[in-house]
Design a protein around this ligand. Structure first.
Ligand code: SF4
Length: 698
């Protein structure tokens, strides 16, 4: 009889529940889980094709040392020995982990524990740095903690949904399906899309603001100044629950209308209509994603948005609030355990001595990292200049996905010791590993993930283990034991790690910190196996958890108040005579990240078969580019050769190109090789959507 297993999709941050069925012959099929409260049975094209991506073709099945098969003991001994020797000779900051929003929370927890609590460095960062770290920084500035105030239901309950920097239709398709269904049921609902491109999401928009790249800060400053003089301002909320309104308003009011028009590139009538809709609609949700986060002003963009919701008290109530849509399946789980170089664990702050002391006592660790570690871009710079001499990369492919990818590849190739844990043997990054460790893939893994609405769900195994692959948490625990920390890494199952993570979240908490899942701290293995999706926080003795935050204040700054942030509009135009176009990178509907899994599905590849660059028809004529001809795109950092897609969906002066392809799937499709390693000063997130390039026929 066919067995059904409830699990979670491993792709985007929507975190859809999936039912996987394995029949008597071993064939796998998938369908949406109708009982999962994030997707209610829906799946997108990628989720529906999961069964087509789990074959063994290309899998890394056994550990390898220098390209030759080895046993686990030999490989793990070598990893522990080389990391220990490097630390002994050069100090704890000479080693680093670069991990991933693909890891399960239990994997992430042990990686963070080993690096920050036992090695004594905070040099652990993640590809989530490229995804949502500006939202983390913005949340912490405004709320005092990295808390998403709302829930997916709010997007359906709103009367106005503002989507800024979000191609929801392609990048969070099931939320798009929920939004489109809500609008069909309530046609008076209004949707505003703010995006330089006319994306597929605009198909359900009442208003599309084709904003200039990075014009968002100015637009939301203008909105704040407008709201402050309107009836929408909530003086009671501002006075009772916030600080800093006067400064933020003064900064916003200093932006005159001509500056606003210039920086946004928008017609005045469109700006007025957007401001009118926002002013006159109480139930507003503003969703933001990579178009906001992946910017040198990403954190200010987030705070400019949060300022408008705080000024109107539209936060934490049904159908109201700002909403950060995370890109990856477990970007949120990584944040919870401290998977970012500037966070500690359980949303505690590495800069806070009390937090450090609390975590160190809980772990019983010999040391604790005392300062933030290197964020992704700086981490690979440190690899390049030799400060980092041993690097462990888990579940990610930075040679394709990091900005300035050619330099990142050179840095990894020259690093004295590189360990790669992955499910595939021949990724662009794995090629440079001294030690390759085979990890479990989706369907084999066992653990938890957290989606964009703070919902923790189980990924459950339903396949046999391939070859000699092992869980990432097991690899970390084994290396931790071999480095001399046996007692702290004595785990036999992911349930034990989750219970420790939950206990740490509640340790000396007393409601003073946002992340608390203490109600799950004493779960047995059986309870973990049966765990139903739930939203955090869920402190001991409180059930169910908290659905929404901050309607009545209760922020996590010491005085319980939120902070307005006075932001400044950034310089937005990076182009010059040699590189006159602005490249905007992003995702397409049917591929995931560097295509190592979705690239296996012929059905998914049929949607868009090769890398492309969208260019406006007038720009194409001026540059002598013909539709479907090959074009060469150059930046000071690299080159790509892709197919021209001439379309007026793309604004003049801009080019959009997807980030999925590498030089294996296409002759020269590695778009992140072109992206300059420019980062936001607060979050360290790279500016992947505003890159000066040249384009010409190839
Ligand atoms: Fe998976 Fe995201 Fe699609 Fe849901 S929307 S099925 S989580 S890729």
């Amino acid at each position: 009889m066919a067995a059904e297993v409830k699990t979670t999709c491993p792709y985007c941050g929507v975190g859809c529940g999936v039912i996987a069925t394995v029949d008597e012959a071993g064939a796998v099929s998938v369908k949406g889980d109708p009982e999962h409260p994030s997707n209610f049975g829906r799946l997108c094209s990628k989720g529906s094709a999961l069964a087509e991506t789990i074959d063994l073709d290309g899998r890394l099945l056994y550990p390898e040392i220098a390209g030759a098969r080895s046993g686990w003991d030999e490989a793990l001994d070598l990893v522990a020995q080389r990391f220990s020797e490097t630390i002994a000779e050069h100090g704890p900051d000479s080693v680093a982990f670069y991990v991933s929003g693909q890891l399960l929370t239990e994997d992430y927890y042990l990686a963070n524990k080993l690096m920050k609590g036992f090695i004594g460095s905070a040099n652990i960062d993640t590809n989530s740095r490229l995804c949502m770290s500006s939202s983390v920084a913005g949340h912490r500035r405004a709320f005092g903690a990295d808390t998403v105030p709302g829930t997916y239901e709010d997007i359906e309950l709103a009367d106005l949904v503002v989507l800024t920097g979000s191609n929801l239709a392609w990048c969070h398709p099931v939320i798009y399906q929920r939004l489109a269904a809500a609008k069909a049921a309530r046609p008076n609902m209004r949707i505003v899309v703010i995006d330089p491109r006319r994306t597929m999401t605009c198909d359900i928009a009442d208003l599309h603001l084709a904003i200039r790249p990075d014009g968002d800060v100015a637009l939301f400053m203008g909105l704040l100044a407008h709201l402050a003089t309107s009836s929408a301002i909530d003086q009671n909320y501002i006075a009772s629950h916030t600080e800093g309104f006067a400064g933020a308003f003064a900064a916003a009011a200093a932006l005159d209308i001509n500056d606003l028009l210039e920086r946004t590139g928008l017609p005045v009538m469109q700006i007025r209509e957007f401001f009118r809709l926002f002013e006159t609609t109480s139930k507003v949700v503003t969703c933001y994603s990579q178009g906001v986060n992946q910017s040198s002003s990403g954190t200010d963009k987030v705070n400019a948005i949060l300022n408008c919701h705080l000024a109107t008290g539209r936060i934490g109530r049904p159908g109201m609030g700002p909403f950060s849509l995370t890109g990856q399946p477990n970007a949120m789980g990584g944040r919870e355990v401290g998977g970012l170089a500037n966070m500690l664990a359980a949303h505690m702050a590495i800069e806070n001595p009390e937090d450090r002391d609390r975590v160190q006592r809980f772990w019983g660790s010999p040391v604790i990292a005392s300062k933030p570690g290197l964020k992704a871009v700086d981490m690979f710079r440190a690899v390049a200049d030799g400060r980092i001499k041993a690097l462990w990369i888990m579940a990610t492919n930075p040679v394709v996905s990091m900005p300035d990818a050619n330099s990142v590849e050179s840095a990894i190739a020259a690093c004295p010791f590189v360990v790669v844990s992955d499910i595939l043997r021949e990724t662009d990054t794995a090629r440079h590993a001294h030690v390759l460790l085979p990890s479990l893939g989706w369907g084999e893994k066992d653990g938890t993930v957290t989606n964009s609405e703070r919902r923790i769900s189980r990924q459950r195994p339903f396949l046999g283990i391939s070859g000699d692959a092992k869980a990432d948490w097991w690899q970390l625990a084994e290396v931790g034991r071999r480095m001399g920390f046996a007692a702290a890494f004595d785990f036999d199952a992911p349930a034990e790690i989750f219970a420790e993570h939950a206990a740490l979240s509640a340790f000396e908490n007393n409601g003073s910190r946002d992340f608390d899942i203490g109600a799950r701290a004493d779960m047995t293995g059986a309870a973990y196996d049966e765990l139903s999706p739930f939203q955090w926080p869920q402190a001991a003795g409180s059930s169910p958890g908290v659905t929404r935050f901050f309607a009545d204040g209760g922020f996590y700054h010491a005085d319980g108040k939120a902070r307005f942030v006075a932001v400044e509009p950034p310089a937005t135009d990076r182009t010059n005579a040699d590189f006159p176009f602005t490249l905007n990178t992003g995702r397409i509907r049917d591929q995931w990240h560097t295509m190592t899994r979705t690239g296996k599905s012929a059905r998914l590849s049929a949607h868009i078969a090769e890398p492309f660059a969208e260019i406006h028809p007038r720009d194409a004529i001026d540059a002598g580019i013909s539709s479907a001809g090959l074009v060469e795109i150059d930046s000071p950092h690299g080159q790509a050769i892709v197919r021209a897609l001439v379309t007026d969906r793309q604004a003049r002066g801009g080019i959009f190109a997807p980030m999925h392809w590498n030089d294996q799937f296409a002759a020269k499709g590695r778009i992140d090789a072109l992206v300059a390693p420019i980062t936001d000063p607060f979050s360290g997130q790279p500016a992947s959507k505003n890159v000066a390039v040249a384009v010409r026929p190839f």
